[in-house]
Design a protein around this ligand. Structure first.
Ligand code: GLA
Length: 386
């Protein structure tokens, strides 16, 4: 049976980070093929999403959006059929405002007509951006309006809001019916961006959960500066492999959707090992979707904001613990088990499993204090043992 829509964070691929305007139906078909042949589908990735720049600059005589025939000569319905034939789901993109961020037509005052068209095309996911929103109408109302339109379209469509954490979105987005919502500005393919996005979301764990997940933006894992957009990364240069690993770990623990942004047709083995890590995906997809809370490492006088532990309680009673060192120097991170609710007097210890090395680390009582290199992390799954 299909999982309920939005129960856990969405997993998939999105065209924007690497390809921006340079998209076409062959690329999308290739990605669907790779999902099947390279293990992404088996790992849980299901949505293939076309971002901005897919339409013509003008609606047709009836006011309908028109797929650019040079990029998508077979049309969106045929593309959706192809993706569905692989057991995958098809996502598209529009915008709250009169225009999308790249200047194509948006859905303002066309919400019901566009939702109908998306449903007819077989769309399963709609990313809904925030550019060119008329000043005197609230974003809250416009997300509710599109949500209502999608719910009345006759098709089950996952609603992915994208207002970059603006206008106090945390306070109102859940009741709009969005299944996920961008809680940050756009990611860029370099370490400072990953670090700043993650730090901006610490202590916001109460605003994420089942059916409305905080979206920290698409993954940059495996891009290595390979975007055709200089803002995202072509002039910035990308990250190294341990930084990509830390990025994926943060997004996994913090409950963000896992939307791949690299060109999976040319992904190297390290990239695949990161994106397909079953232990991290299991933490991200845990059905209770509890928020990860932060613990500051001891001793307190040694604390920097960029060194912390994240703790996420899992459905089976295990606890995922991330030891993150986002600073520029190697650090010891000391976790006192009392701080996660486990007193010495309980008689219990924690048996720790390393989710990147895929091996047991042993049984620890009272505290665990790994040394973590700069820009790196250690992710463990902890089990209570007597
Ligand atoms: C905004 C969004 C991005 C992407 C672009 C497309 O910047 O936040 O994720 O969709 O628009 O123009």
């Amino acid at each position: 049976m299909d999982k309920q829509l939005g129960l856990t964070p969405a997993m998939g691929w999105n065209s924007w980070n690497t390809f921006t305007w340079d998209i076409n139906e062959q690329l999308i078909r290739d990605v669907a093929d790779r999902f099947e042949s390279d293990g992404y589908k088996a790992a849980g990735y299901e949505y293939i999403v076309i971002d901005d720049c897919w339409s013509l600059k003008q609606r047709d005589q009836q006011g309908n959006l028109v797929a650019d025939p040079a990029k998508f000569p077979s049309g969106m319905k045929a593309l959706a059929d192809y993706i569905h034939s692989k057991g995958l789901k098809f996502g598209m993109y529009s915008c709250v405002g009169t225009h999308t961020c790249a200047g194509f037509p948006g859905s303002f005052e066309h919400e019901f007509q566009d939702a109908q068209l998306f449903a007819e095309w077989g769309v399963d996911y709609l990313k809904y951006d925030y550019c060119f929103k008329p000043r005197h109408i609230s974003g809250e109302l416009l997300y509710k309006r599109m949500s209502l339109a999608l719910k009345n379209s006759g098709r089950e469509i996952l609603f992915s809001a994208c207002n970059w954490g603006e206008d106090n979105v945390y306070q109102w987005i859940r009741e709009s019916g969005a299944h996920m919502y961008r809680s940050t500005g756009d990611i860029q393919d370099h370490w400072d961006s990953v670090k700043n996005l993650a730090l901006s979301q610490l202590d916001k764990e109460c605003y994420t959960g089942s059916f409305c997940h905080n979206d920290m933006d698409m993954l940059i894992v495996g891009m290595y500066g390979g975007s055709n957009n200089s803002f995202i990364g072509s002039k910035i240069g990308g990250c190294n492999d341990s930084e990509y690993k830390t990025h994926f770990s943060l997004w996994s623990l913090m409950g963000s959707p896992l939307m791949i942004g690299c060109d999976i047709r040319t992904a190297n083995q390290v990239t695949k090992d990161i994106l397909l890590n079953p232990d991290l995906i299991a933490i991200n997809q845990d059905i209770e979707s509890r928020g990860a809370y932060r613990i500051k490492p001891e001793p307190q006088w040694f604390h920097n904001e960029d060194v912390f532990m994240l703790v996420k309680v899992l459905t089976d009673g295990d606890v995922a613990i991330g030891f993150f060192n986002l600073s520029d120097n190697q650090r010891e991170l000391s976790l006192q088990f009392w701080d996660i609710g486990l007193p010495y007097a309980s008689g219990f210890s924690l048996s720790l499993y390393d989710c990147w090395e895929h091996k047991e680390l042993g049984v620890f009582r009272e505290r665990f204090a790994p040394v973590v290199p700069a820009h790196d992390c250690l992710i463990v799954r902890a089990k209570l043992v007597k």
